[in-house]
Design a protein around this ligand. Structure first.
Ligand code: CAA
Length: 259
């Protein structure tokens, strides 16, 4: 798969790779082509030596209104299992660079699951988060029940999954689902600024830091602590650790090399 893509647009902005969803008429509903193209672009940016962080975004009216219902409607249990297009979502878990979702408008179903698969979420005041699958007679299928529960706790996750409770951006911030809420005209700019600030930091430490935080959700505390410590000690094999600590003591900015 090579750009130009059919359903997304990509743009390099400094050290940030920007991926914009581009199915505005369908509120960026995630069809299988779009899911595959998003993952392909993420992986390309993950390999790109001059890119340090990635931003995923939609448009002001919609981050994404969920998986494409028109594409799924006629599936049987066997055909959808055999096609298994939702497992494509899992590829985001292997992206090593930080990924930030810049969310405005509808962030529903698979759209919310995609946003929650990112490392951070910057939202506009008009963002609305929900898992409305119950209205379609199904449940979230791309991690919603797991990631939502870990992020906001059982009580509210139950209400969202079982009763289509939606969260405003302010609520999502209060309950710990997202990082920042900003006026709609600034959400992308703020997400890009956050990504740029992160992208300028020590690449190896970023990678280990992301892995270690994610391990907190995937392992027992003792395993997570041991993994974290090993990664911390391994940082000391890098030139960046020497440079970072030296620069601190010399009261200057470090020059990172990524090795
Ligand atoms: N899939 C396919 N098409 C979608 C869509 C979706 N998820 N969401 C919106 N669209 C399409 C509509 O069909 C419509 O297309 P047409 O113009 O061709 O009719 C267009 O986008 C505009 O939508 P509406 O006319 O419905 O606009 P609205 O302003 O009245 O409502 C909305 C907006 C609240 C987002 C509404 O469209 C909606 O509820 N969408 C579905 C949300 C949803 O249920 N998402 C979960 C999907 S299942 C899932 O994601 C499973 C999973 O876990 C992987």
């Amino acid at each position: 798969m090579t750009p130009p893509y059919e359903t997304i647009l990509i743009e390099d902005i400094g050290r940030v790779g920007l991926i914009r969803f581009n199915r505005p008429k369908a509120f960026n509903a995630l069809n299988s082509t779009m899911i595959a193209e998003i993952m392909d672009a993420l992986e390309a940016y993950d390999r790109h030596p001059d890119i340090g962080a990635i931003v995923l975004t939609g448009n002001e009216r919609a981050f994404a209104a969920g998986a494409d219902i028109k594409e799924m409607a006629s599936e049987s249990a066997v055909s959808i299992l055999q096609r298994d297009h939702i497992s494509t979502f899992d590829r985001i878990m292997h992206i090593r660079k930080p990924v930030i979702a810049a969310v405005s408008g509808w962030c529903l179903g698979g759209g919310n699951e995609l946003a929650m698969s990112c490392d951070m979420i910057v939202a506009s005041e008009s963002a609305l988060f929900g898992q409305p699958e119950i209205n379609l007679g199904v449940i979230p299928g791309a991690g919603g029940t797991q990631r939502l529960t870990r992020a906001i706790g059982k009580a509210l996750a139950m209400e969202m999954v079982l009763n289509d409770r939606r969260l405003t951006a302010e609520e999502a911030l209060r309950f710990g689902l997202i990082n920042h809420v900003v006026p709609v005209e600034r959400y992308l700019e703020e997400a890009l600024a956050l990504a740029q600030s992160i992208a300028e930091r020590a690449p190896l430490a970023l990678r280990f830091g992301k892995e270690a935080v994610n391990h907190a959700f995937e392992s027992f505390l003792s395993d997570g602590l041991a993994d974290e410590r090993r990664a911390f000690y391994f940082c000391f094999a890098s030139e960046d650790q020497k440079e970072g600590m030296q620069a601190f003591m010399e009261k200057r900015n470090p020059a990172w090399k990524g090795r």
